[in-house]
Design a binder for this molecule. Sequence first.
Ligand code: MG
Length: 351
Amino acid sequence: MANFVLLKDPACYVADDWDMAGRAASRGHWLDLFEAHFAETLKLAASNLPETSAPNVARASEEFSTWMARLRRDPTALDSGRLTGMDLDRLRERVMRENELGDPYRRIKDRENALAVSLYGDLTAQLDAMSDGERWPAMVRGIFAGNRFDLGAQSIRHGSQRAPDFFESFSGLKPRPWRVDDLDALAADLQRPGRWAKAVVFVDNAGGDFVLGIVPFVRALAACGTQIVLAANEGPALNDITIAEAHDVLARLGRIDEVLAAQLTEGRIRAVSSGGRFPMIDLANVSDELNDAARDADLVILEGMGRAIESNYDAQFTVDSLHLALLKDEEIAGRIGGELYDCVCKYRPLA
Ligand code: MG
């Protein structure tokens, strides 16, 4: 593990600089949220594990509650002396891993991947029928919609088997101009074939986010001559897609999409492990495999609130960069002067 090779100034890089130790309201919000969410995650874990794992679940619950109570009393109690979202991610991951609780979201991710794969063919056919001028903005909207789409997954899980129309979820997006809106400059560059030789894309969730948001976008970018490196988590973190799942889903999509199949076979699109195990990404600790693949890239894309806003919002790169995220948490939205469900399309070309 090492610094990401495309970081501009690794010595000054901080993945998540929002220290809650001195921010009582922010701290209360996140400790409450992590505690409640951890309880839900343990229920899911228990439903996936054999009865014999019950003591592990109980031990994890107690350890995490003890930590939450301690951090409420003393927000500087962690070794780092700081309390950031990344610290809480790290703590949760450690408690889950040490208690061998596996991947609690595995079944949900499998189901959402299967649903999204079933919608992929129609979506790419609709996108392919559009003009260049329409297609790129539609695909950027598609990434936001995909990132939002997983919120709607709840209704699918609880009964309705009807596959929702992905384009319907576009209507739930806020109108432009967005909170940060560089879409015009981005779309103009996207329409210049050969604009980038290679792009590294840090991906977020399984299901509609990856399959209906990211894949159609990188497929179109690859068709314009850009090599694509998809960077997915090594280990499970909530409903984020892992590298093993990304490989599996891409292979399935390749069986229904000749264009993508050729891109995968020729290595124009490939997926590598970022080395990450959290819903955010620490660019001071990425895999050697990613760095080998990224060395000659000239575009970095960070997708989703955890990777693009909560961490790395101000990260600077030696190449062009694009942050794409939907703000799904009010407190995080507030950090950049936004509101819930605002879209962020922050494009920073070097020249
Ligand atoms: Mg995520």
